[in-house]
Write a protein that binds this ligand. Structure first.
Ligand code: KIV
Ligand code: NA
Length: 266
């Protein structure tokens, strides 16, 4: 079996070759993402992207495990990181360990990701010291939209920069092998990237981050109104629409199936 990218390898990429990360939720995309990315994130954004939820709050541990298994089976080389969903890790380091251990045992992933900075530092240390590599996620943390008051860019008020910087320092000191910076004003994301000793992975961050991540479906062009921080690299939505229309037209015209698509008797 091909060896996978490891958490220490990602950790050692600080200031080096940029880390390429994308989300993946199932085997078909895992195979394709695995050809080019270092990290495949099974993000709890799947609740919104695949299940049409309004937020990520309704995503369950079982959902993450099902999708995590599919992505591990569908890939060989990249490190698979699985998001810990809302409610599965916040109450205590022990609860976080129990649930994260289940995720690792049942999916075979290489690490988990949890949202939170200073408030989750103790948990990150607890997991890391017990064999579970942890990626942190700070700035706009979607599981906290109800306390943040919506999907709002963080750091517009420079007076609050020290708080976000403290989050980055806390997760780094606690042993996180990398940290996602989401929805943070560019100059702050750049400063955090320069000041933090672990790799930063930006989404709505800065080109100075040590790596970048996007939601695959957003960058493929499924989302007709992608957020500003998404660069759209594909036309998959339009491609699927055209294929489905061509099929529907063929069925209605009795052109499909043709002789080449049926089992004729010789
Ligand atoms: O759930 C997700 O897709 C994420 C990334 C956007 C970082 O957490
Ligand atoms: Na997430």
């Amino acid at each position: 079996a091909t060896r996978r990218v490891t958490a220490p390898e990602i950790r050692s990429r600080k200031g080096g070759e940029p880390i390429v990360a994308l989300t993946s939720y199932h085997a078909i995309t895992a195979r394709l993402v695995d050809n080019h990315a270092d990290i495949l994130l099974v993000g709890d954004s799947l609740g919104m992207v695949l299940y049409a939820m309004d937020s990520t709050l309704g995503v369950s541990l079982d959902m993450m495990i099902m999708h995590g298994k599919a992505v591990v089976r569908g890939s060989k080389r990249g490190m698979v990181v699985v998001d810990m969903p809302f409610g599965s890790y916040e109450e205590s380091p022990a609860v976080a360990f129990r649930n994260a251990a289940r995720v690792m045992q049942e999916t075979g992933c290489g690490a988990v990701k949890i949202e939170g900075g200073v408030r989750m530092a103790e948990t990150i240390r607890f997991l890391t010291e017990r064999g579970i590599p942890a990626m942190a996620h700070i700035g706009l943390t979607p599981q906290s939209i109800n306390t943040l008051g919506g999907f709002k860019t963080q750091g517009r008020d420079t007076a609050l920069w020290p708080l976000i910087k403290a989050d980055a320092k806390a997760v780094s000191d606690a042993g996180a092998f990398s940290v996602v910076l989401e929805g943070i004003v560019e100059p702050l994301a750049a400063e955090i990237s320069r000041e933090t000793s672990i790799p930063t992975i930006g989404i709505g961050g800065s080109k100075e981050c040590d790596g970048q991540i996007l939601v695959l479906e957003d960058m493929l062009g499924y989302n007709p109104k992608p957020p500003k921080f998404v660069k759209v690299y594909g036309t998959v939505g339009a491609g699927i629409d055209a294929a489905v229309k061509a099929y529907a037209d063929d069925v209605r015209a009795r052109v499909f199936p043709g002789d080449e698509n049926v089992y004729l008797l010789k």
